[in-house]
Design a protein around this ligand. Structure first.
Ligand SMILES: [Zn+2]
Length: 125
């Protein structure tokens, strides 16, 4: 890590030195200015790159959450063709899908049924 920083500073100094050679009258000034400008440019570049990486990571995490929250149910189309297909179910919005057999638009009605539990049979808590 330290060696990398030293090499990076060395290269920056070398480029600054080469640039300063073209302005021999104000050697120190050009060298210092070039050094600072390069450091600033690297800093800005790194910050932008870092932000892009963070944004990508966030997008991947969001995608993972969407994938993890998917609920798939196998349903039979009421058209009478006895066509069963997997449909993604959501509880927070209306779910419609196209039957792969007849092509009709089918609305999925999610029905939740509460069932009274009895002690000896229902042991799992
Ligand atoms: Zn159908």
């Amino acid at each position: 890590m330290l060696i990398k920083i030293l090499i990076s500073l060395g290269i920056t100094a070398l480029i600054s030195g080469l640039l300063a050679l073209m302005f021999m009258n104000h050697w120190i000034l050009v060298f210092a200015l070039s050094f600072i400008v390069q450091l600033l440019a690297f800093y800005i570049g790194n910050t932008i790159y870092e932000n892009i990486l963070i944004e990508k990571a966030e997008q991947i995490r969001t995608q993972q959450l969407i994938e993890a929250s998917k609920q798939i149910a196998t349903v039979e189309c009421p058209c009478g063709e006895r066509n069963k297909q997997d449909v993604q179910v959501r509880f927070d919005q209306e779910v419609t899908y196209d039957c792969s057999q007849c092509g009709k638009k089918i609305k999925l009605d999610v029905d939740i049924k509460p069932i009274l539990t009895t002690q000896p049979i229902y042991v799992q808590k």
